[in-house]
Design a protein around this ligand. Structure first.
Ligand code: FES
Length: 61
């Protein structure tokens, strides 16, 4: 759970999952919140995979 997904901004997987669980539903929304994909964008496929997996669960309202 503590793996770094975005090396440019040192963002770990648990923070991205938390963002998705709190309502982020697109790469753009996660980017706005955490900065991920804003530099080399090499982490974008991983963000998309996490969105696809965790986004299937209803967001907390
Ligand atoms: S690894 Fe995320 S922007 Fe470069």
């Amino acid at each position: 759970m503590s793996d770094v997904v975005c090396y440019c901004f040192d963002v770990r997987k648990d923070r991205i999952v938390a963002a998705i669980e709190n309502g982020c539903r697109s790469v753009e929304e996660v980017k706005n919140l955490l900065g991920v994909t804003g530099n080399c964008a090499g982490c974008q496929p991983d963000i998309e995979a996490l969105l696809e997996f965790y986004g299937k669960y209803p967001a907390k309202s």
